[in-house]
Design a protein around this ligand. Structure first.
Ligand SMILES: *[C@@H]1O[C@H](CO)[C@@H](O)[C@H](O)[C@H]1NC(C)=O
Ligand SMILES: *[C@@H]1O[C@H](CO)[C@@H](O)[C@H](O)[C@H]1NC(C)=O
Ligand SMILES: *[C@@H]1O[C@H](CO)[C@@H](O)[C@H](O)[C@H]1NC(C)=O
Ligand SMILES: *[C@@H]1O[C@H](CO)[C@@H](O)[C@H](O)[C@H]1NC(C)=O
Ligand SMILES: *[C@@H]1O[C@H](CO)[C@@H](O)[C@H](O)[C@H]1NC(C)=O
Ligand SMILES: *[C@@H]1O[C@H](CO)[C@@H](O)[C@H](O)[C@H]1NC(C)=O
Length: 726
């Protein structure tokens, strides 16, 4: 066992050693480049370490998204982005000096001979501005600086391919370039398929590649090797458009910009480029009587054309960067109070969570937008393509609670409004709003994934109106909980991959907290009698549950009642802390805390005794309910160690193996929003001791760059951590 562990460590070490650049805070499994929506999701996969010019950027599924970059220095060309091959040219490869990521930015420094090029990818997170949050655009900026103290003549080039618009490269694209104060390449499928995906890419809408019309700008569209060779050989493009519309993969059309920076002798101001993917309408949503509503991205309420939106987005760059820096600093300093490792994991998780969402509005009958009718949609991603899955929103909830709880309300509204139409036939909460994003068509046949007890209670949002409006629905679900939660029937839980089980302790926890939470809801809306009734039911369930759920040794909760050898992460107790329902006695928390410290594997604590794999989101949730700092840190370090182990080459997967840190089947899922769980607990994480001891089975992970928290002040409470209210 020990030998195996040591061997594993050796492998990890040698793999990590392949990274030749400085990685701050660490080299993740995949670096988010442009990640803002389920369809603008561009990453640089890492494995043991992949430089920005050692592979192509890829969609979260792993398919290539052509995005190439060159820099010419004194007539010598260096490739800094993507992995193009251009026959008949002899561009060199720039050498990656560093990678830094924050909650919103990934910044690479690429050395091209005597010049260092800073390549920054900024995917804004704008929780308090629905227009800006709904922009499906991301920034790429390029800034060059001599590294030898001398002057150099510098030009920079980037392009995107048409791979950004489809999951089937044999389909025909068309495109155009719009000139003016902003220059935009727009490309789309010639045959649009609204609300339809192929291999998770949407077959609708357009990709946009834009930059300001600054002096020294040239553009060109055409075959990849032709356009790239043009720049490599001469440093300028021809301001020409290829109008031979054809398949994405037919002589690969690319859409390029070159910027002549002239002779530089110090850091240049950044060249700013935006890349995006927009479509309209964005979402189909079922309303009363089976009618289908088309919903649009929120920004359409303010901008009537993509060009106007892009112009605003590009023009806002320096303010957007200021806001992003403040947001990043806030996440960093809040999370750093737990640990440097926690700050790193939190930063990596934010874009991924927001990147699964889209904020939408509907239209009035006269065709104008109803900007009061706001709904946020979320794609489950990779486990399947379900829309607003309740048991995916639930684990992701902390990131919305932390950034802006109202976003949580916008996520739940589609579910509440649908159920209030009376079309969903089951008496429990619906599992999701539709099997395939972006079609939120409900489940009028009642045949959604049956997780009766999982549906309950992410109702804690920032707004009491939701609770008043949907009180009867909540009450109906609570009555269901009263009957079903103490002795949970055989069913799957949110961890459905682990199988179904009767009498799941963790489901009973969720049900009991749900009943108690509903007693508070009833109290808030003035239903005192109901409130007292639910409160006393919850209280009466607790000792019964304790008797059913505690192992006969008294050392841990079981996974399933009566099975003494079983146990699991009782992450639903986190909700008791979060909602401050105080349902369970402190002794149960202490018991679980001691237990977890004895059952950790090399890369973490298993989800339950059925398997050795775990879920990173539930580990962090559980770290928020334990009563010891060292056990909390054991969970956090385990997730950090997994996330930084250099073993995986895909956007962070939440499901992984605790024996060796291997990723399991999921990737890029929004549930990593749950990694922010420690930032939303009222009064901070519950701990009683502050001594960090070395615990059985836990190997302290590779050192993180223990930079102090960034001190950039956040000028207002805009992105601050908030207490949720009802
Ligand atoms: C840039 O602006 C100038 C002056 O308005 C215009 O003549 C030129 O065509 C524009 N260039 C592009 C690429 O749009
Ligand atoms: C390109 O395709 C779109 C979508 O079908 C269509 O509306 C547009 O007219 C086409 N443009 C050209 C220049 O063919
Ligand atoms: C706009 O949406 C709000 C919220 O759904 C709704 O109450 C209101 O009636 C809608 N306005 C119109 C004109 O339909
Ligand atoms: C309390 O709630 C339960 C479950 O909904 C219900 O069966 C019972 O009648 C209620 N009792 C009172 C006193 O309201
Ligand atoms: C569930 O637990 C209860 C209480 O211990 C027990 O009576 C019942 O038989 C269990 N059900 C199953 C399916 O094991
Ligand atoms: C008890 O739990 C263990 C571990 O999850 C499992 O292997 C075993 O089959 C369970 N026993 C019964 C009787 O369900």
């Amino acid at each position: 066992m020990l030998l195996a562990t040591l061997l594993t460590l050796l492998v990890v070490r040698s793999v990590v050693a392949a990274v030749t650049w400085t990685a701050t805070p660490f080299n993740p499994a995949s670096v988010p480049l442009a990640v803002r929506s389920p369809y603008l999701s561009t990453w640089l996969n890492q494995g043991s370490g992949t430089a920005l010019n050692a592979d192509w950027p890829r969609f979260w599924t792993g398919t290539i998204l052509g995005w190439a970059g060159y820099i010419n220095v004194d007539g010598t060309s260096y490739n800094f982005l993507g992995a193009p091959s251009v026959p008949g040219t002899n561009a060199l490869k720039a050498s990656q000096k560093s990678l830094t990521f924050t909650a919103t930015q990934s910044i690479f420094v690429m050395t091209a001979g005597p010049v260092d090029l800073t390549v920054s990818f900024l995917s804004p997170v704008e929780p308090d501005d629905l227009v800006k949050q709904s922009f499906p655009f991301s920034y790429l900026t390029l800034s060059a600086s001599p590294n030898d103290g001398k002057s150099h003549s510098v030009q920079v080039y980037t392009d995107i391919s048409a791979e950004w618009i489809t999951g089937d490269n044999s389909l025909t694209a068309n495109w155009s370039t719009t000139l003016g104060s902003v220059v935009t390449h727009q490309v789309q499928l010639a045959t649009q398929q609204p609300f339809t995906e192929i291999s998770d890419h949407i077959q609708q809408g357009s990709a946009f590649y834009s930059t300001h019309n600054v002096s020294g700008l040239t553009y060109q569209t055409g075959q990849d090797i032709v356009v790239r060779a043009q720049f490599i050989n001469s440093g300028v493009l021809q301001n020409t458009q290829d109008t031979n519309f054809r398949a994405v993969e037919d002589d690969w059309p690319v859409f390029a910009f070159a910027h002549n920076l002239g002779t530089i002798n110090g850091p240049t101001s950044p060249v700013v480029i935006s890349v995006g993917h927009a479509r309209d309408p964005a979402i189909e949503y079922i309303i009363a009587n089976g009618a289908i509503q088309s919903r649009s991205s929120y920004f359409w309420g303010q901008f009537s054309t993509p060009a106007a939106a892009i112009s605003s987005f590009l023009g806002d760059y320096s303010n957007a960067l200021t806001r992003a820096n403040a947001f990043d600093a806030k996440v960093q300093s809040d999370a750093f109070k737990i640990s440097a490792e926690y700050a790193a994991v939190a930063a990596l998780s934010v874009r991924q969570a927001f990147g699964a969402t889209e904020i939408t509005i509907s239209k009035n009958s006269d065709g104008s937008f109803n900007t009061s009718d706001v709904m946020m949609f979320l794609k489950e991603i990779s486990s399947d393509g379900n829309v607003n899955t309740v048991d995916v929103i639930f684990p992701a909830w902390p990131v919305f609670l932390y950034t802006n709880p109202t976003l949580g309300k916008y996520l739940l509204l589609p579910l509440f409004e649908y159920q209030a139409t009376g079309q969903y036939p089951n008496k429990w909460a619906v599992h999701d709003m539709g099997a395939s994003y972006p079609k939120a068509l409900g489940h009028n046949d009642g045949n959604d994934e049956p997780m009766p007890l999982e549906g309950k209670y992410p109702e804690k949002t920032g707004d009491q109106s939701l609770l008043t409006t949907y009180f009867d629905l909540l009450d109906q679900w609570t009555q269901f909980l009263v009957v079903e939660s103490l002795i949970p029937a055989n069913q799957i839980s949110t961890d459905d991959f682990a199988g179904s089980l009767a009498n799941q302790t963790n489901l009973a926890i969720k049900g009991i907290v749900g009943i108690k939470a509903m007693s508070e809801v009833a109290s808030l809306v003035g239903q005192t009698q109901k409130s007292q009734n639910y409160s006393s039911i919850a209280a009466s369930y607790v000792p019964q549950w304790q008797a059913f759920a505690t192992s006969s040794t008294g050392k841990h909760l079981t996974l399933a009642y009566g099975n003494d050898s079983s146990w699991g992460l009782s992450y639903n107790m986190f909700a008791d802390k979060l909602l401050q329902t105080n349902v369970f006695p402190e002794s149960v928390y202490d018991m679980q805390t001691s237990w977890y410290s004895t059952v950790a594997n090399e890369f973490g604590i298993p989800l339950d005794t059925r398997h050795t794999y775990t879920k990173s989101d539930w580990e962090i949730w559980t770290s928020g309910l334990v009563t010891s700092t060292s056990v909390r840190d054991l969970f956090v370090s385990s997730v950090y160690k997994y996330a930084s182990d250099g073993e995986s080459s895909q956007p962070l997967g939440d499901w992984y193996e605790t024996l060796n840190g291997d990723v399991e089947g999921f990737r890029a899922r929004p549930v990593v929003g749950g990694h922010l769980a420690l930032l939303v607990l009222p009064g901070g994480p519950a701990t009683v001791d502050s001594v960090s001891t070395s615990l059985a089975g836990s190997e302290s992970s590779a050192a993180v760059t223990s930079s102090p928290p960034l001190n950039t002040a956040v000028s207002n409470g805009a992105t601050g951590s908030r207490k949720f209210g009802w």
